[in-house]
Write a protein that binds this ligand. Structure first.
Ligand code: SAM
Length: 240
């Protein structure tokens, strides 16, 4: 049967990721430097997007040409740097939300060191508090923070009309390392993080059902990376 996902062993997945990265657009020297620095500084550096994801962000942003970008979950500023680099000619505004003081300090270091403060604005504090204070609309929204908050964040974004008419919401890690699909689906997941991802998987399964049921939007869950959901307003004037 032809499925949408190839069945990889972890070794094959690593090989395929390396192959895709090598044959895809390179990210910049600054992005590579930040990625390496983050890996040396933070035990949980796997929270950062991969270079292939960084290249994907740049590809999408240069295609969609967003004038305003909202990012929920900054970490060390790797994805914010991708948005910044991809929107130089548009001079787009990038707002990124971060809660953890350690990651706020790391992000501020990134934005100072690489000169990103001209267009990147970091808002400190819980995203659930920051989102209701945002004004205007965003053309691209990247949801990449605590997984049990996704439904609340997307609900607030939609209720407050923060997504522009042709805007796109990207939600990362929807598979929760496979736990959203089934708790049996990833035997390699270390026991140390299994309860965390199992709880995330339950929250994200509820989120997926919410997206599918919300009559205001179209949504697609793509089996790329750790699961990527795309959300847009339903095209009421167009076809179904
Ligand atoms: N977007 C980053 C990238 O692509 O490299 C990775 C973000 S990381 C997966 C998630 C970040 O969200 C962490 O830095 C975490 O501290 C932050 N976060 C978690 N809960 C949050 C909340 N309630 N409000 C704002 N940020 C939060």
């Amino acid at each position: 049967m032809l499925t949408s996902v190839l069945s990889f062993t972890p070794e094959m997945a690593a090989t395929v990721t390396e192959y895709c990265t090598n044959v895809s657009d390179d990210v910049s020297g600054n992005m590579n430097e930040l990625w390496d620095w983050t890996c040396t500084q933070f035990e949980d550096a796997d929270k950062m997007s991969s270079p292939l994801q960084g290249a994907t962000m740049k590809f999408l942003a240069s295609l969609l040409k967003p004038k305003r970008i909202l990012e929920i979950g900054c970490f060390t500023g790797y994805s914010a740097m991708a948005w910044h680099e991809a929107t130089g000619s548009l001079q787009s505004e990038i707002i990124t939300l971060e809660l953890d003081p350690k990651m706020i300090a790391a992000s501020r270091r990134t934005f100072d060191k690489y000169g990103l403060n001209d267009r990147v604005k970091l808002i400190e504090g819980p995203a659930g508090d920051s989102i209701p204070r945002l004004t205007g609309q965003f053309d691209l929204i990247f949801v990449d923070a605590n997984k049990d908050g996704y439904q609340d964040y997307v609900t607030k974004i939609l209720d407050r009309n923060l997504l522009s008419p042709n805007g796109l919401i990207l939600c990362d890690n929807i598979f929760a390392r496979g736990m959203t699909i089934s708790t049996e689906s990833n035997p390699q997941l270390p026991d140390k993080v299994r309860p965390y991802w199992t709880a995330n998987g339950k929250a994200l399964d509820r989120f997926n059902r919410f997206c599918k049921a919300d009559p205001r939007v179209d949504s697609i869950l793509l089996p790329v990376y750790d699961g990527l959901t795309l959300i847009k307003w339903k095209d009421v004037a167009g076809g179904s």
